[in-house]
Design a protein around this ligand. Sequence first.
Ligand code: AMP
Length: 192
Amino acid sequence: MKNKIVLLGPPGCGKGTQSKLLVKNKDFYQLSTGDLLRSEVLNEGSEIGKELKKIMEAGQLVPDEYVIDIIVKKVSELKDKNIIFDGFPRNINQAKFLDKSLERVSLNLDCAILFDIDFSVLEDRINKRVKESEDSELRVDDNLETLRNRIKIYKESTLPIVEYYKNKNILSKIDGMSSIDDVYKNILNIIK
Ligand code: AMP
Protein backbone atom coordinates (compact mmCIF):
# COMPACT_ATOMS: atom_id res chain seq x y z
CA MET A 1 0.00 0.00 0.00
CA LYS A 2 1.15 3.51 -0.79
CA ASN A 3 1.79 5.14 2.55
CA LYS A 4 3.19 8.65 2.11
CA ILE A 5 0.38 10.57 0.48
CA VAL A 6 -0.39 14.21 -0.24
CA LEU A 7 -4.01 15.33 -0.53
CA LEU A 8 -4.39 18.40 -2.73
CA GLY A 9 -7.46 20.52 -3.23
CA PRO A 10 -9.13 23.84 -2.37
CA PRO A 11 -10.63 24.60 1.06
CA GLY A 12 -13.86 22.66 1.57
CA CYS A 13 -13.05 19.98 -1.04
CA GLY A 14 -13.19 17.14 1.51
CA LYS A 15 -9.50 16.51 2.28
CA GLY A 16 -10.14 16.57 6.03
CA THR A 17 -13.13 14.22 5.83
CA GLN A 18 -11.23 11.70 3.72
CA SER A 19 -8.14 11.94 5.94
CA LYS A 20 -10.27 11.05 8.95
CA LEU A 21 -11.63 7.96 7.16
CA LEU A 22 -8.10 6.83 6.29
CA VAL A 23 -7.02 7.36 9.89
CA LYS A 24 -9.98 5.35 11.19
CA ASN A 25 -9.85 2.45 8.72
CA LYS A 26 -6.33 2.27 7.33
CA ASP A 27 -4.02 3.18 10.15
CA PHE A 28 -2.88 6.49 8.68
CA TYR A 29 -1.56 9.45 10.62
CA GLN A 30 -3.14 12.73 9.46
CA LEU A 31 -0.46 15.39 9.34
CA SER A 32 -2.54 18.54 8.97
CA THR A 33 -0.57 21.78 9.15
CA GLY A 34 -3.89 23.62 9.59
CA ASP A 35 -4.71 21.57 12.73
CA LEU A 36 -1.22 22.12 14.16
CA LEU A 37 -1.44 25.87 13.53
CA ARG A 38 -4.93 26.03 15.08
CA SER A 39 -3.68 24.35 18.24
CA GLU A 40 -0.95 27.01 18.52
CA VAL A 41 -3.65 29.71 18.10
CA LEU A 42 -5.64 28.16 20.98
CA ASN A 43 -2.57 28.39 23.21
CA GLU A 44 -3.54 31.71 24.79
CA GLY A 45 -0.14 32.74 26.12
CA SER A 46 1.54 32.27 22.76
CA GLU A 47 2.72 35.40 20.92
CA ILE A 48 3.27 33.30 17.80
CA GLY A 49 -0.31 32.05 18.17
CA LYS A 50 -1.58 35.65 18.02
CA GLU A 51 0.36 36.30 14.81
CA LEU A 52 -0.85 33.05 13.29
CA LYS A 53 -4.46 33.90 14.12
CA LYS A 54 -4.24 37.18 12.19
CA ILE A 55 -2.77 35.45 9.15
CA MET A 56 -5.31 32.63 9.20
CA GLU A 57 -8.25 35.00 9.71
CA ALA A 58 -7.15 36.87 6.61
CA GLY A 59 -6.98 33.61 4.66
CA GLN A 60 -3.27 34.14 3.91
CA LEU A 61 -0.55 31.52 4.00
CA VAL A 62 1.63 31.33 7.11
CA PRO A 63 5.32 31.98 6.21
CA ASP A 64 7.04 28.95 4.72
CA GLU A 65 9.83 28.84 7.35
CA TYR A 66 7.27 28.29 10.08
CA VAL A 67 5.33 25.42 8.47
CA ILE A 68 8.43 23.82 6.95
CA ASP A 69 9.99 23.68 10.39
CA ILE A 70 6.92 21.84 11.71
CA ILE A 71 6.98 19.39 8.80
CA VAL A 72 10.70 18.61 9.03
CA LYS A 73 10.29 17.69 12.71
CA LYS A 74 7.12 15.65 12.14
CA VAL A 75 8.52 13.74 9.16
CA SER A 76 11.50 12.43 11.11
CA GLU A 77 9.28 11.65 14.12
CA LEU A 78 6.67 9.76 12.03
CA LYS A 79 8.83 8.27 9.30
CA ASP A 80 7.78 4.67 10.03
CA LYS A 81 4.05 5.45 9.91
CA ASN A 82 1.54 5.78 7.10
CA ILE A 83 1.23 9.55 6.64
CA ILE A 84 -1.37 11.70 4.90
CA PHE A 85 -0.10 15.21 4.30
CA ASP A 86 -3.27 17.30 4.56
CA GLY A 87 -2.85 20.98 3.70
CA PHE A 88 0.88 20.70 3.04
CA PRO A 89 2.47 21.55 0.65
CA ARG A 90 0.66 24.77 -0.28
CA ASN A 91 3.25 26.07 -2.78
CA ILE A 92 6.17 24.81 -4.88
CA ASN A 93 8.77 25.80 -2.31
CA GLN A 94 7.00 23.70 0.34
CA ALA A 95 6.67 20.79 -2.12
CA LYS A 96 10.44 20.82 -2.70
CA PHE A 97 11.11 20.96 1.04
CA LEU A 98 8.79 18.02 1.62
CA ASP A 99 10.77 15.97 -0.92
CA LYS A 100 14.02 16.94 0.81
CA SER A 101 12.72 16.11 4.30
CA LEU A 102 11.57 12.69 3.11
CA GLU A 103 14.85 12.04 1.28
CA ARG A 104 16.75 12.82 4.45
CA VAL A 105 15.10 9.80 6.08
CA SER A 106 15.42 7.67 2.90
CA LEU A 107 11.78 8.00 1.92
CA ASN A 108 9.84 9.53 -0.89
CA LEU A 109 6.30 10.58 -1.61
CA ASP A 110 4.20 7.75 -3.07
CA CYS A 111 1.38 9.79 -4.52
CA ALA A 112 -0.43 13.11 -4.62
CA ILE A 113 -4.20 12.98 -4.96
CA LEU A 114 -5.92 16.01 -6.43
CA PHE A 115 -9.58 16.58 -5.54
CA ASP A 116 -11.13 17.87 -8.72
CA ILE A 117 -14.03 20.10 -7.71
CA ASP A 118 -16.17 22.87 -9.08
CA PHE A 119 -15.18 26.03 -7.20
CA SER A 120 -18.82 27.17 -7.14
CA VAL A 121 -19.84 24.48 -4.59
CA LEU A 122 -17.20 25.46 -2.02
CA GLU A 123 -19.16 28.41 -0.58
CA ASP A 124 -22.19 26.16 0.08
CA ARG A 125 -19.99 23.54 1.71
CA ILE A 126 -18.36 26.06 4.05
CA ASN A 127 -21.76 27.58 4.95
CA LYS A 128 -22.97 24.09 5.82
CA ARG A 129 -19.85 23.45 7.93
CA VAL A 130 -20.49 26.69 9.86
CA LYS A 131 -24.16 25.77 10.52
CA GLU A 132 -23.27 22.27 11.69
CA SER A 133 -20.39 23.32 13.96
CA GLU A 134 -20.72 23.92 17.67
CA ASP A 135 -19.50 27.45 18.60
CA SER A 136 -16.44 25.93 20.25
CA GLU A 137 -15.46 24.15 17.02
CA LEU A 138 -15.81 27.19 14.76
CA ARG A 139 -12.68 27.97 12.81
CA VAL A 140 -11.44 31.55 12.60
CA ASP A 141 -11.38 31.21 8.80
CA ASP A 142 -14.83 29.70 8.23
CA ASN A 143 -16.54 32.73 6.71
CA LEU A 144 -17.20 33.76 3.14
CA GLU A 145 -14.74 36.63 2.90
CA THR A 146 -11.85 34.53 4.15
CA LEU A 147 -12.93 31.60 2.00
CA ARG A 148 -12.80 33.74 -1.15
CA ASN A 149 -9.29 34.83 -0.26
CA ARG A 150 -8.22 31.26 0.46
CA ILE A 151 -9.53 30.12 -2.92
CA LYS A 152 -7.64 32.94 -4.65
CA ILE A 153 -4.44 31.91 -2.89
CA TYR A 154 -5.10 28.28 -3.71
CA LYS A 155 -5.32 29.12 -7.40
CA GLU A 156 -2.20 31.32 -7.35
CA SER A 157 0.12 29.37 -5.07
CA THR A 158 -1.11 25.82 -4.63
CA LEU A 159 -2.40 24.82 -8.06
CA PRO A 160 1.08 25.05 -9.66
CA ILE A 161 2.05 22.08 -7.47
CA VAL A 162 -0.20 19.90 -9.65
CA GLU A 163 2.26 20.28 -12.54
CA TYR A 164 5.17 19.57 -10.21
CA TYR A 165 3.70 16.20 -9.16
CA LYS A 166 2.53 15.42 -12.69
CA ASN A 167 6.13 15.73 -13.85
CA LYS A 168 7.20 13.32 -11.13
CA ASN A 169 4.51 10.86 -12.31
CA ILE A 170 2.87 10.62 -8.92
CA LEU A 171 -0.30 12.66 -9.53
CA SER A 172 -3.78 11.07 -9.43
CA LYS A 173 -7.01 12.97 -9.84
CA ILE A 174 -10.33 12.11 -8.21
CA ASP A 175 -13.80 13.51 -8.71
CA GLY A 176 -14.32 15.58 -5.55
CA MET A 177 -17.97 16.18 -6.49
CA SER A 178 -19.04 12.57 -5.86
CA SER A 179 -20.31 11.22 -2.54
CA ILE A 180 -18.02 10.80 0.49
CA ASP A 181 -18.21 7.00 0.05
CA ASP A 182 -17.32 7.12 -3.64
CA VAL A 183 -14.43 9.52 -3.09
CA TYR A 184 -13.16 7.20 -0.37
CA LYS A 185 -13.40 4.13 -2.64
CA ASN A 186 -11.49 5.97 -5.35
CA ILE A 187 -8.76 6.90 -2.90
CA LEU A 188 -8.47 3.28 -1.72
CA ASN A 189 -8.11 2.22 -5.32
CA ILE A 190 -5.28 4.67 -5.87
CA ILE A 191 -3.32 3.80 -2.75
CA LYS A 192 -3.77 0.00 -2.83
P1 AMP B 1 -6.36 24.25 6.50
O1 AMP B 1 -6.85 23.71 7.80
O2 AMP B 1 -5.42 23.32 5.80
O3 AMP B 1 -7.48 24.69 5.61
O4 AMP B 1 -5.49 25.55 6.83
C1 AMP B 1 -6.04 26.67 7.50
C2 AMP B 1 -5.08 27.85 7.39
O5 AMP B 1 -3.83 27.53 8.02
C3 AMP B 1 -4.68 28.26 5.97
O6 AMP B 1 -5.64 29.12 5.36
C4 AMP B 1 -3.36 28.97 6.22
O7 AMP B 1 -3.55 30.25 6.78
C5 AMP B 1 -2.74 28.08 7.30
N1 AMP B 1 -1.97 26.97 6.70
C6 AMP B 1 -2.27 25.64 6.77
N2 AMP B 1 -1.35 24.91 6.13
C7 AMP B 1 -0.46 25.79 5.63
C8 AMP B 1 0.72 25.65 4.85
N3 AMP B 1 1.14 24.45 4.43
N4 AMP B 1 1.40 26.78 4.50
C9 AMP B 1 0.99 27.99 4.92
N5 AMP B 1 -0.13 28.20 5.65
C10 AMP B 1 -0.85 27.11 6.00
